[in-house]
Design a binder for this molecule. Sequence first.
Ligand code: ADP
Length: 322
Amino acid sequence: MKRIGVFTSGGDAPGMNAAIRAVVRTGTAQGLEIVGIRSGYEGMIAGDLIPMGPRDVANTLQRGGTILLTARSKEFLTLEGRAKAAANLKAAGVEGVVCIGGDGSYRGALKLMEEHGIPVVGAPGTIDNDLYGSDYTIGFDTAVNIALDAIDRIRDTAASHSRVFFIEVMGRHAGFIALEVGIAGGAEVIVLPEDPIPAPICADVIRQSNDKGKRSSIVVVAEGGYKGGAQGLADAVKACSGIEPKVTVLGHIQRGGSPTAMDRVLASRLGAACVDALMAGKIGIAIGQVNDEIAHTPFAEAVEKRKDINRSKYELAKVLAL
Ligand code: ADP
């Protein structure tokens, strides 16, 4: 193998640059030429390829977003689109590809392999932490810390004014961010897609907190934890109890900014392990980190299996809110 490609795809995540940098530098150290594919599958189809050397990734470790840009591609969902993408890679002499993205990107990578024989390996780049095959995904820790910082600030004002705040964090299908920041931020209630709570129960918990002498309450709601998110739940709680919550939706600020040390180290290890796997002929796999060791999971398994939240952490959160 002489030349490999690397691209980022789907939602951006802080730490993607650290992964790109690791691919470029470990690949170069092993005598490979590295080609950056810009804008994910869109760029693969358009032939937007750039050579990358170690100096091209200087000063990127601490930067959020992705220097290779990312995109969602409708055309790649078609056979013709994928054929164009594969032809561009082959014409450029790209013999293996590193895909940094979420499960949608993995599904695309699997098709590129199956239909056109292009060796691909993947690294989990998504803040949601919902990818099977890795304890943590690149960007999750940063998103959690950004949300936690916001919650700490909101708690100051909630406590000063004796208010109830509903704070919405990202997670349409998975509650990993909500659970982590809920525990770290000392939330009175955590609402997860994995265990939706009816509004009257949420209202009861807030009332009980009040009865126990708590002057303010924080309810952390994952986007997908209630229809209409935090606002939907706040409206329903108000309607059934008369409690008047304030609502803050954190939104995209959770995706930006400088990656934490944990994300930089994770991304660096995973990027390097992607190159190692390609060199060893281990392809069609998602690279992850499990119990601090590099783990390999076939793409097909990584996209089909679901990673569940840690139920004991969830139970702990309830006790700690006493
Ligand atoms: P993520 O990788 O963060 O889950 P998406 O689900 O948007 O993000 O997927 C990124 C891109 O991967 C899509 O825009 C599409 O081009 C490609 N993709 C997703 N699912 C498939 C699929 N089943 N077959 C082929 N390509 C896919």
